[in-house]
Every structure is written in C-alpha cells, then in structure tokens.
Design a protein around this ligand. Structure first.
Ligand code: ADP
Length: 267
C-alpha cells in the first residue's frame, strides 16, 4: 500500500495527516510548532509514521502547507494554507452534504474562504494583522484566567448572566481588561463567554466580507472549543459544520493533494 502525507506547519501547531492510496485517512498528529520549525516538523512526521508503523519510504509524496511551510525542506511540494484548507474542507464536507464557506481560526490569524462546488477557492478574506479574533487571544485569556484551553467550553456554558462585553480590541489591552474584570469580582464564566462573543463578532464580520453561502464549515484549533462554536453560531444565526478533527483539515487537504498529484504523474 502506498501512503501520502500533508504537513501543516502552523504558527502555533504542526499538524500531519497521512492518507492511503484510496484517499482514506490513516492517521493524524498534532505537535507544538515551538521555535525550531524544521526540526519539530520532522519530529512530528516521524512520530506519526511510528504510530502507524510506517517507514519514511512508504510516503510516496509529501506536501507542506501553512505559515512555516518553506522551512520544511523535506517536502516534495508546497501549497498555500488557503488552497489546502479548501481541499480538506471540501472533502470532509461531503459527508455533511457539501460546504461552500469556511471559517478558519488559527493561532495567529483568521480567515473566511468561499469555495465553489468543486472545492476551488473563489474568494477569501484574512485577518493576520491583529491577534484579537485568533487562537492567540484565547491562549492569553486562558492564561490570565488560570484555565486550560480545554476548560473554556465548560466555563462558557456555565455562564449564568449575559456575557460580559470585552471592549479591548488589542490582546495586550484585553489582558489588562480581563484582570480588571476579575478584580471587580466578575465570574470567570461570564468573562469567558464575553471573550468568545468578542471573537465571534469579529469572525462574523470577516465572513460577511466573502459572503455566506450554503453550509459553513468551521476549522482550526479553536474550533475544538465548543463555547466558541456556540458563540459564532449565535452571531451567525446558523449552524456550523464542525468536523471531528477540526485542527487537521488543512494537513488532510495537503495529503489529499499529494495523493492526486502523485497518481496524476504516475498515470
Ligand atoms: P496554526 O495553524 O496557526 O498553528 P491551529 O489551527 O493549530 O493554528 O490552532 C492553534 C490554536 O488552537 C491555539 O492557539 C489554541 O488557541 C487552539 N487550541 C488548540 N487546542 C485546543 C483545545 N484542545 N481546545 C481549545 N482550543 C485549542
């Protein structure tokens, strides 16, 4: 059996996906990016290979994507994360009846992508200038609140009153605002809900710039946070399609493309 891999070298996390020659996913792996992008990417790839009992030679084609893709020299090819995300979401979205709009929130940026019926990108909008509205904002907030990222969802749903309004649009100022709210006796639950709604409002504004068509797919690490999912659904006034492994859609898209490029060349 031949295998193909996609590696998404993100600002915050490295994601690896391996598919077999039928295009079926064999496994995924997520590891922190750290500061040594090349070494950590190589380690992440080998960690997944060893988990799958595969050798490097079993991978016939490997495509890198993501923020740090140029630093991963082992790849056979590289593509933008927007293209890889579109391919992955189009493929995963088939099980949900097809998706045409993608919201991706990553560690340092957020994107809205519109795809056509074949999965090609027809429009996109990106926020990479400001950490507000990204995973970084959640990481900083969780640290200030002394919470693990995995706890944010439960805190959101345990919020009793109306979510607090977080006015600061800058992460550094938001940090002081959160500390101020705690000092004034506000509950962590209401603060967490306020943070989620603040990100949700920004995300919806970004998504409206590309237009909202058909089913909306939400991916990237922050899509693991059910509280954020609920806040975006509320602001968007529609259900989101959230896959089982939202953080690895882009790596999966790169792996799917690696397989099709290899098969096309072989043919
Ligand atoms: P990038 O591709 O830019 O590296 P990712 O899509 O990997 O970004 O997302 C990274 C972000 O995902 C982190 O900054 C963090 O906020 C969020 N995240 C990661 N794991 C979890 C989790 N288990 N629960 C909630 N959020 C998470």
């Amino acid at each position: 059996m031949k295998y193909f891999a996609g590696i998404d070298v993100g600002s915050t996390a490295i994601k690896v996906a391996v598919v077999n020659e039928d295009g079926i996913i064999a496994g995924v792996h997520v590891a922190p990016s750290g500061s040594l992008f090349h070494k950590n990417s190589t380690d992440a790839l080998h960690a997944l290979l060893s988990k799958l009992s595969l050798q490097r030679e079993d991978i016939h084609y490997l495509i890198a994507t993501g923020y740090g893709r140029k630093l991963f020299k082992e790849a056979d090819d590289s593509i933008s994360e927007i293209t890889a995300n579109a391919i992955g979401a189009h493929e995963v979205g088939k099980a949900f009846g097809g998706v045409r709009t993608i919201i991706n929130i990553g560690g340092q940026d957020s994107k809205a992508i519109e795809i056509d019926a074949t999965g090609s990108v027809s429009n996109f909008a990106m926020n990479d200038k400001c950490a507000a509205g990204t995973g970084r904002f959640l990481d900083v907030a969780a640290r200030n609140l002394d919470l693990d990222l995995e706890e944010l969802g439960d805190y959101h749903f345990n919020s009793k009153g109306a979510p607090l309004t977080i006015n600061s649009t800058c992460t550094v100022f938001a940090e002081s605002e959160i500390i101020g709210l705690l000092a004034n006796g506000h509950g962590k639950e209401e603060i967490v809900a306020g943070i989620h709604y603040s990100i949700a409002k920004r995300t919806v504004r970004l998504t409206k710039r590309v237009g909202i068509e058909n089913r909306v797919y939400f991916d990237g690490g922050p899509a693991l946070n059910k509280g954020l999912v609920a806040a975006i659904q509320d602001e968007l006034q529609r259900e989101l399609v959230v896959p089982e492994h939202p953080q690895t859609t882009t790596a999966f898209g790169a792996a799917i493309l690696a397989r099709s490029e290899f098969l096309a060349e072989a043919a």
